[in-house]
Design a protein around this ligand. Structure first.
Ligand code: GUN
Length: 275
């Protein structure tokens, strides 16, 4: 079985359109893009496209790779102070000379619709999801909801320790009473963990990391991350093989990707309604 994240995203957009109508005003989402990273430009285009679709104003500020940290901080403060902007994001990764933690920490937690600010990450950790849950983890939880997966008592293996996916999804799963193991690229014998898993969430960005023989037939596998090598896209899982086994797999970018964007729009509507 293959999970259709696109379809789940469509239902979220349907709900959001109704919510925006009720609000009686168009929410506004800001985005900051630094440099010309091709993947980042693609993500931003998707965010712009779906903001337009659902009825959210989208303000994009683009800056060259050479922008200084101080100038970028000034842009963050401008968005923080702009009453017309409900929420905004800084597309990652940032150039090496800019400290991402400093930039993310400067975003007002009330406008942090990516959910990356330490205050919002901390809220998720203690089980308060009423503000901004990071978008990809929120999308993954929506998949579990749609599939009626009761996570309580399940063995879940998360592969990846990033602040964007690995850590927040681990916290959401812990709060849902799952037994969570977080592996990373330095974990020895990952297959020893994945073989015991009821659910695997892989956000490692390591092509072919999970082999068919590393998992059980009934394991639900959410493959979050993809890697492009010489123009070809690779997933953490050997998706085609797994599909033969009937294991539930979400290949990216088509499946979890749409949910990430939909959750960003949801957070933007939340930010607007809270104001
Ligand atoms: N880079 C990779 N994923 C994301 C995301 O969800 N938000 C931002 N801002 N940058 C990213």
């Amino acid at each position: 079985m293959i999970i259709n994240g696109r379809k789940i995203a469509d239902t979220i957009y349907g709900d959001l359109k109704i919510e925006i109508k009720k609000l009686g005003k168009k929410p506004t989402l800001g985005a900051i893009l630094v440099g010309d990273n091709a993947a980042s430009a693609t993500y931003i285009k998707q965010k712009q496209k779906w903001a337009d679709f659902v009825g959210i104003n989208f303000i994009l500020k683009k800056f060259p790779e050479s922008i200084s940290e101080a100038d970028l901080l000034k842009e963050i403060h401008d968005f923080n102070d702009d009453r017309n902007v409900d929420g905004f994001i800084v597309q990652l990764p940032l150039p090496k000379h800019i400290r991402s933690k400093k930039i993310i920490g400067a975003i007002s937690p009330l406008k942090d619709v990516d959910g990356f600010h330490p205050e919002n990450q901390g809220k998720v950790m203690i089980g308060d999801t009423s503000w901004f849950v990071p978008c990809t983890p929120a999308g993954i939880m929506r998949i579990f909801e749609k599939l009626n997966v009761d996570l309580s008592g399940k063995n879940v293996v998360v592969i990846g320790r990033s602040n964007i996916v690995g850590k927040p999804i681990a916290n959401l799963l812990i709060n849902a009473w799952a037994t969570v193991t977080v592996c990373n690229s330095k974990t020895k014998k990952i297959d020893a963990f994945t073989r015991k898993a009821d659910v695997v969430v892989s956000a490692a960005g390591s092509p072919g990391l999970i082999k068919l023989s590393d998992i059980n037939v009934n394991t639900l596998v959410i493959d979050v991350w993809f890697t492009i090598v010489d123009g070809k896209t690779y997933w953490d899982t050997d998706f085609n093989n797994m599909n033969l086994w009937g294991v539930m797999v979400t290949p990216v970018p088509g499946w979890v990707g749409p949910l990430t964007v939909a959750m960003l729009m949801k957070n933007t509507v939340t930010a607007c309604s809270r104001k």
